[in-house]
Design a protein around this ligand. Structure first.
Ligand code: PMP
Ligand code: GLU
Length: 385
């Protein structure tokens, strides 16, 4: 068997989310903070657009890179909202941002090429690099820097084998958001060293306290030429099950990424693309209900977690996760999470999945009631240790 595949682990985030959903389905009273997906239904106007497409017989293959009208709408969105000038021909739509990232890693890596990944990281990045035959190189960011990779740390990780750096702002699992100034410094170093920047911006709309999302590709033309911008519809439009995401690519990557997709999955689901098109062009805000709820839940969860003796937590500026440090319990994150589920019916994701064994990840994509009751149970768990 292929060692690049047999050496990787299954996605723990998907496994734990699935396990918690299964326990709820079995009638167990579980307080689940595991979900890496919004708990809201997809907005109606998006569902209607997909239904309309189905009714109109839009049930056939689209071009392998996605519908032209959809790619044009994405190109316009990136220009208007993010200041990024990618032509529609530079967009490849895929079955989720995860698939886009996979295509990109497969296209970029030759054996031994190094991909720099700030840690803690979203768990799929290093596994994708390994599958592609590359070598993930981790930059362990510090709690006092809000777990953000500094320009100096980035510079120190670069070798003659470095090929690209992965950035994820707002981030999963930490929720940290890089400022314009921080990104400008990182961009300058990447360009000077001829590295690609893989910028995963899937949480761009989930950003709080007046902070602004900034796309690293907009810092200069030279940066844009080396930047792959990844985004999708799962988080901002609550469309996780639709499997729809995209990569905006430097010109030289378009042909190989398109060829890879054309021989592996073909184009993404046709009627899902019509839903995505409506999300971008219909003028309705897909976050109208969801965003205010996340704002309130973030406040509540942060307050309740911060009140637990022995737990420290940075207030995250983006995404829908909190990443408290639980090291004072003396338990590693996997034991902590297993015991918490067994003893208090609370599901969290162990930080070990993200290279941070002192932390656990809690998602606030759940009801206020779950936040109040579930955190009371976490408190009880800590009192009993
Ligand atoms: N990037 C990050 C940081 C994520 O958390 C996720 C979670 N699903 C993805 C990419 C992939 O999203 P999707 O494939 O659902 O578009
Ligand atoms: N990205 C989400 C998470 O981190 C969903 C699960 C996954 O795709 O890994 O939980």
């Amino acid at each position: 068997m292929n060692k690049n595949i047999t050496s990787i682990a299954p996605s723990i985030t998907l496994a734990i989310t699935g396990k918690a959903k299964q326990m709820v389905a079995e009638g167990k009273n579980i307080y689940s903070f595991a979900a890496g997906e919004p708990d809201f239904d997809t907005p109606d106007f998006i569902k209607k657009a997909a239904e309309k497409a189905l009714d109109a017989g839009e049930t056939k293959y689209t071009p392998a890179t996605g519908l032209l009208s959809f790619r044009e709408a994405i190109s316009k969105k990136l220009k208007d909202e993010n200041g990024l000038e990618y032509a529609a021909s530079q967009i490849v739509v895929s079955n989720g941002a995860k698939h886009s990232l996979f295509n990109v890693m497969m296209t970029l890596c030759n054996v031994g090429d190094e991909i720099i990944i700030p840690a803690p990281f979203w768990l799929s990045y290093p596994e994708m690099v390994t599958m592609a035959g590359g070598t993930p190189v981790f930059v362990h960011s510090k709690e006092e820097n809000d777990y953000k990779m500094t320009a100096e740390e980035f510079k120190a990780a670069i070798t003659s084998k470095s090929k690209a750096v992965v950035l994820n702002s707002p981030s999963n699992p930490i929720g940290c958001v890089y400022t314009k100034e921080e990104l400008e410094k990182i961009a300058e170093i990447a360009v000077a060293n001829d590295l690609y920047i893989i910028s995963d911006e899937i949480y761009e709309k989930l950003i709080y306290d007046g902070m602004k999302h900034f796309s690293i590709g907009s810092t200069s033309e030279a940066t844009l030429r080396k930047t792959i911008t990844i985004n999708g519809f799962s988080k901002s439009c609550s469309m996780t099950g639709w499997r729809l995401g995209y990569a905006a690519l430097p010109v030289e990557m378009v042909k190989p990424v398109s060829a890879l997709q054309s021989h592996s999955t073909s184009g993404p689901n046709t009627f899902a693309q019509y839903g995505g098109l409506a999300a971008l062009t219909d003028g309705e805000d897909p976050l109208a209900t969801m965003y205010p709820a996340f704002v309130q839940r973030r406040e509540k969860m942060f307050k309740l977690l911060s009140e637990i003796p022995g737990v420290t937590c940075i207030k995250p500026m983006g995404s829908f996760y909190m990443f408290p440090n639980i090291s004072s319990t003396g338990l590693d994150s996997v034991t902590f999470s297993e015991r918490l589920l067994e003893e208090q019916n609370v599901a969290v994701v162990p930080g070990a999945a993200f290279a941070a064994d002192s932390n656990v990840r809690l998602s606030y994509a759940c009801s206020m009631e779950t936040i109040e009751q579930g955190i009371a149970h976490i408190r009880k768990f800590l009192e009993n240790i």
